[in-house]
Design a binder for this molecule. Structure first.
Ligand SMILES: Cc1cc2nc3c(=O)[nH]c(=O)nc-3n(C[C@H](O)[C@H](O)[C@H](O)COP(=O)(O)OP(=O)(O)OC[C@H]3O[C@@H](n4cnc5c(N)ncnc54)[C@H](O)[C@@H]3O)c2cc1C
Length: 445
């Protein structure tokens, strides 16, 4: 019988495979989507437009009936590599005070103890090696350098945004993806796992419509994205129960402001600066500039935690496929208010006039307004589910998963991905996802 099956070949699944490979274990990775190459979409002029889900044939919405929350453009990129071939490479650590609420064992492993580097430092070092030895905060354009100076002059502790990317010339770049190193013989594309069932000596994985033979394995690692993994775990632990079960789910809360600078000059590559972490709004402030027609688009945005008390709820049951209940609005509105203050302060420092509307404004609407009013800033908001940062539901050390990433009620079955985060904090999830892949595999039986 095969030692281990990994379900999902996205960011988490491919990173788990790399660790299994290093550990010399026998494994296979099952991915629902097809092979569409392993090249990051920004590396190729013909694929950069795929960042827009509406133009991407691999895009598959999370929900059969999307609503305002996790709407029609929240979903997987169902293909080998998953969203690791789309991400922007932004690598931030979860803030220390938020990690303080994670189980001590995991926190210590991530941060390191007794002067020993932890998994965050080791993962960053591996990414730095991949970036041809460049620091993740290496300035990538002259504009980035100038923006750092400008923001530092305004009192911000600005650095180029930490990103695991390599420049390829002519404005093209690629972000790190663990899928590039996966040996082809280990991969089975077009294999959607519809259920995981316990058997005496391991697990049976039911594929597709269940009509064919099941795959029997000793161990399984579920990496099917946060919602997909919750659904598979729920079926494994509670299959047959009528009552729907509830899992908390969070995204990030984000808003920004756009300014079109018609006479700006800019390199082909976008520039991105991490201006500051703002403690009152518990948000990161990032300022970006990129070519926009004949001019430049300035996009300053803040991204913070969706507070745990304002988590959405995933309902899963045999009679109920995945359904989402909305979060408490008041706590979200409070974050948004504080974020608007951060943007207002930046605008004041930079001498910008801001056009603010109380209601929700999409990025596209704000852009149209900014194009019509060059030099004036227009605010926009992201809706919950729009950022591809869905996390939680199967917290490390929580009800379903122990501190090593194993399911408490299913020995030999582990989980990896942002679903493991006990709290998300403001940071983008992938650096932590990559570090947790190492953490979980190193502790597998
Ligand atoms: C445009 C974009 C920009 C982003 N930028 C950043 C960034 O700068 N920094 C950052 O930290 N994060 C960023 N992200 C988010 C990051 O990409 C995701 O958090 C991360 O990829 C999630 O990893 P995952 O493995 O959980 O899910 P995915 O990468 O989505 O992988 C899940 C895989 O599982 C497969 N799957 C699902 N169900 C099944 C099943 N039943 N059987 C078999 N296979 C299945 C899916 O097809 C998919 O390939 C960005 C995302 C996007 C789309």
């Amino acid at each position: 019988m095969l030692d281990t099956a990994v379900i999902g070949a996205g960011m988490a699944g491919a990173a788990v495979a790399a660790e299994l490979e290093r550990a010399g274990r026998d494994y296979v990775v099952l991915e629902a989507g097809p092979h569409r190459g392993r090249t990051h979409i920004a590396a190729d002029d013909d694929s950069a437009h795929l960042a827009d889900p509406a133009q991407d044939p691999s895009f598959t919405p999370f929900l059969a009936r999307p609503g305002a929350l996790y709407g029609p453009f929240s979903g997987y990129r169902r293909r080998v590599g998953g969203r690791s071939l789309y991400w922007r490479g932004i690598c931030l650590r979860v803030e220390d005070d938020v990690l303080g609420e994670w189980p001590a064992e995991v926190r210590d492993a991530l941060r390191g103890t007794g002067g020993e580097p932890g998994l965050y430092a080791r993962t960053e070092e591996a990414l730095r090696t991949w970036c041809r030895g460049n620091r993740l905060t290496q300035a990538r354009t002259a504009t980035e350098e100038a923006m750092v100076k400008e923001l530092t002059g305004l009192g911000y502790p600005a650095v180029p945004t930490p990103r695991a990317i390599r420049m390829l010339g002519r404005g093209r770049w690629e972000a790190y993806s663990p899928i590039t190193d996966l040996p082809p013989a280990r991969l089975r594309a077009g294999h959607r796992v519809t259920a995981v069932r316990k058997r005496a000596d391991g697990y049976s994985l039911i594929l597709g419509d269940g009509g064919g033979p099941a795959l029997d394995v000793r161990h399984v690692v579920l990496c099917a994205g946060t919602l997909g993994t919750i659904e598979l775990v729920d079926g494994l632990l509670h299959g047959g129960d009528r009552e729907p079960r509830r899992y908390p789910l969070v995204d990030h809360v984000a808003c920004g402001m756009l300014v079109v600078e018609p006479d700006g000059r800019h390199e082909e590559m976008e520039s991105s600066v991490h201006a500051a972490f703002d403690a009152p709004s518990r948000s990161n402030l990032i300022v970006e500039r990129q070519r926009h027609g004949e001019g430049v688009l300035l996009d300053a945005w803040t991204m913070g935690e969706q507070p745990p008390e304002a988590a959405s709820t995933v309902l899963v049951g045999d009679a109920t496929r995945i359904v989402l209940e909305p979060p408490a609005r008041a706590a979200l509105d409070a974050v948004r208010r504080d974020q608007r203050t951060v943007l207002g302060r930046l605008a004041e420092h930079a001498g910008l006039t801001v056009h603010v509307r109380e209601e929700y404004v999409s990025f596209d609407d704000a852009l149209a307004w900014a194009e019509a009013h060059p030099g004036t800033a227009a605010c926009y908001d992201a809706t919950i589910g729009e950022l591809d940062h869905e996390s939680g539901g199967l917290a490390l050390g929580g009800e379903h998963v122990d501190v090593t990433g194993q399911l408490r009620q299913a020995p030999g079955a582990a989980v990896v991905g942002p679903c493991l985060f006990p709290r998300a904090g403001a940071a983008n999830p992938s650096l932590t996802t990559l570090a947790l892949a190492r953490y979980v595999v190193q502790r597998m039986p």
